[in-house]
Structures are given as structure tokens and as C-alpha cells.
Design a protein around this ligand. Sequence first.
Ligand SMILES: NC(=O)c1ccc[n+]([C@@H]2O[C@H](COP(=O)([O-])OP(=O)(O)OC[C@H]3O[C@@H](n4cnc5c(N)ncnc54)[C@H](O)[C@@H]3O)[C@@H](O)[C@H]2O)c1
Length: 400
Amino acid sequence: MSAQTFSADVVVIGGCGHVGLPLAIVLAQRGASVVVYDVSEEAVKLVNRAVLPFDEPGAGPVLERVVADGRLRATTDPAAVGLAENVVVVIGTPVDEHLNPDPHAIPRALRAAAEHFRDGQLLVLRSTVYPGVTALVERLVAELGRDIDVAFCPERIAEGRAMVELHALPQIVASRTQRGQDRAGALFSRLTEDLVFVTPEEAELAKLFTNTWRYIKFATANQFYMMANDRGLDFERIRTAITHDYPRAADMPGAGFAAGPCLFKDTMQLAAFSNNNFALGHSAMLVNEGLPLYLVDRAEREYDLRNKTVGILGMAFKAGSDDIRSSLSYKLRRILEFKAGAVLCTDPKVTVDDRLLPLAEVIERSDVLIIGAPHEEYRSLVTDKPVIDVWNLLGNGVRV
Ligand SMILES: NC(=O)c1ccc[n+]([C@@H]2O[C@H](COP(=O)([O-])OP(=O)(O)OC[C@H]3O[C@@H](n4cnc5c(N)ncnc54)[C@H](O)[C@@H]3O)[C@@H](O)[C@H]2O)c1
């Protein structure tokens, strides 16, 4: 079946999400006609009104333009899957409460729309998947008896940088067949000429290794931080000494909450993939997830927390973001609700938590402040209250 029989170029399944929507917007910006298919009615309504359902710098004006030009529209109708030659899947792939990945999440979503797939399509998996999912999807397509090429092309943007990185990052492209590889390459050459071709299994591991590598690096810094801090030393002074004009250590991150919807869960996906024989990954998880407990323990040694009100500044999972998914500030809040007299929280970006208070009120009513997310808004914070700042946002050091 020729491409001319499709009314759109690309349909993005899960296209109202944090990575699906920026991709849909940029493909439309580059001239493609894009249909976003998503199960979230609320998000679909917003996108059709050219409103972003979440914050993504630079994406708003482009969304307005491509919606106004008729190059992007959103729908909750699964029949949209049959409208385009290229079908890109970017639904969420979280681990469950036991940290198990769900390799069937994507096949299940595709099965639900199975009747709408058509011969001649290219099906691109863009979510971060458990290794073997591409092969599962290839089998599903064969079962359906459809002549569809399958590719896995992992998304590697960081939230908050999508509109820069989608134009700048090389694209990893993987398909079992030459035709699939050529077609997926052609799709992503709309974004960049820098394409890296590997096999699907290599690409699946490439994505998990990327996130796990980052997670382990953060854990290393956090462990160093705790070691130094336990001896009354300021890790940031040590890190500055190490990294000063010393290229081999230039990428050593500072301490801080390593959280969010990707790094932890992808490290756990990799652990499950290696039958839980992943000492390094599990250790990284213990260190990173343990940092809020460590900070509270240190604070307890300094202050009688039971009689203190603690203010958490920043509830998003990282600086500049409005995304609270898997944010360690919430873990910190839960620990403090148990240990402290009272806990107050604030965040200039987060809009989905009605317990948040204005910054001035939190500062006024708190005895001790903790920076949970190092938003720029806090850099110029002026207060005589003690501030626990593992990020060194205020430049006063990171000792607790
Ligand atoms: N968030 C990131 O920074 C990031 C970066 C790179 C890769 N990824 C990966 O991208 C994938 C998506 O992550 P996200 O953060 O955008 O998730 P998200 O939850 O923000 O978006 C997923 C979207 O899919 C929709 N959806 C869920 N099931 C669906 C279905 N059956 N049919 C149609 N729509 C459906 C949801 O309504 C949501 O809008 C994950 O695999 C994630 O690991 C995320």
C-alpha cells in the first residue's frame, strides 16, 4: 500500500505525554502532518486548544503555530492509528509497586488498537522498553497478518530541553529489516542527519544503559557527599578541587536528589533484565533513594525536629520542572511528616498539589528550610533561617 493513501504523515500514540507531545510538535514544525492519539481526554482537549498540558520551555508558541496551521491535531479516537504511514508509540512504561517492568504494556496498547493498523505502515517504538519488547511487537504484527515494518528508536531528550534536543541529538535507529531501517531513518532524518543504526536488541540496551549510567553517576556523587559530610567536610569544595581544569573528572555531578520518572525505573528494568544480579544498579538505588533519609537524620542531630517546622522549597523532581513524578521531595515530606513538628511545602512551578503554600509563607513559618528542587527562583533567597542545601544552590556549601 502506498503512502499516498494515508491522510497524515505521523500518528503519535501517547502523544500528549511529556516526550510524545514535544516529538509531535517538532515533527509538525518540520512540515509533517501529525495526529496525536492519547487516552487522556483532558490532555487532548488542551492540545487541540494549543495549550500544553505541562511545562516545556519553547514548546508553547510552536504548538500554537502548528495547531493553527492544521499540521497537528489530537484525538482520543483509536481509529487515528490508521490515518498515518508512520505510527510512533510513546506511552509510559513504569515499573510496578514491586519494581517489576511490564513488557506487555506496549503490546497491550497496540492490541487495543489492532483493528486500525494497516498494511504499509511503519510502527516505531519510542518509549523506553524492557529488552525483548521490540521482538514481542514484531510477533504481534505477524499475528495480525499485517505488512508493517517495526522499528525501535528510543527517545533520549531530557524534560525541559526537548525543543533544543529534538533538533540537536543524534537519533538511534533500529529495525530488523533493511526496509524498516530505511523507513525509520527517513522519518528521523526530519529531525537530524545524524542517525546511528544498530539492531533492536542493541538499541533497547543502549537506552537502558544510558539512563542507568546517569543514575549510577548521581549515586556515586551522593555517596561521596555522605562520606565527606560524615567527616564534617564539604563535598562541594572537594568536587570543585577535583574538577578544576581536570578533564578526566569534569563530568562528576554534584550531590542532589536523583529522581523523576525515568532514571530509577530504567535502572530497575535493567536489574530485572539481569535476573536481579545488578549490584551496582541496586546500590545506586539505595544511595539515591536514601538521600532524603540521610538529610533528615543529619538534621535531627542538629535540631530537635519534633518541635520544629520544616519548610521544603521545591517539590518537582528537578530544577525548572513542574513534574512531580517520582520526586524525592515527596519522600522527604513523608519522612518529615513523621519526624518533624510540621512540614510546609512550596514550589513555583508545580500546579497539581493543593497543599503547596506561597514561598514567603513557608519561609516565614518554618524554623528550618530544605531545598528539595534547586529552582532558579531560590538562588537569591534571603533568610536568616538555616537552609539545608545539598545542591549548593545558594553557594554557601553543602554541609549538614
Ligand atoms: N519523561 C522523560 O524525560 C523521558 C525521556 C526519554 C524517554 N522517556 C520514555 O518515554 C515514555 C513516555 O514517558 P512520558 O514521560 O512521556 O510519559 P507520560 O505519562 O508523560 O506520557 C504518556 C502518555 O501516553 C498516554 N497513554 C497511556 N496509555 C495509552 C494508550 N494505551 N494509548 C494511547 N495513549 C496512552 C498517556 O495518557 C500520556 O499522555 C516512557 O517509556 C519513558 O520512559 C521519557
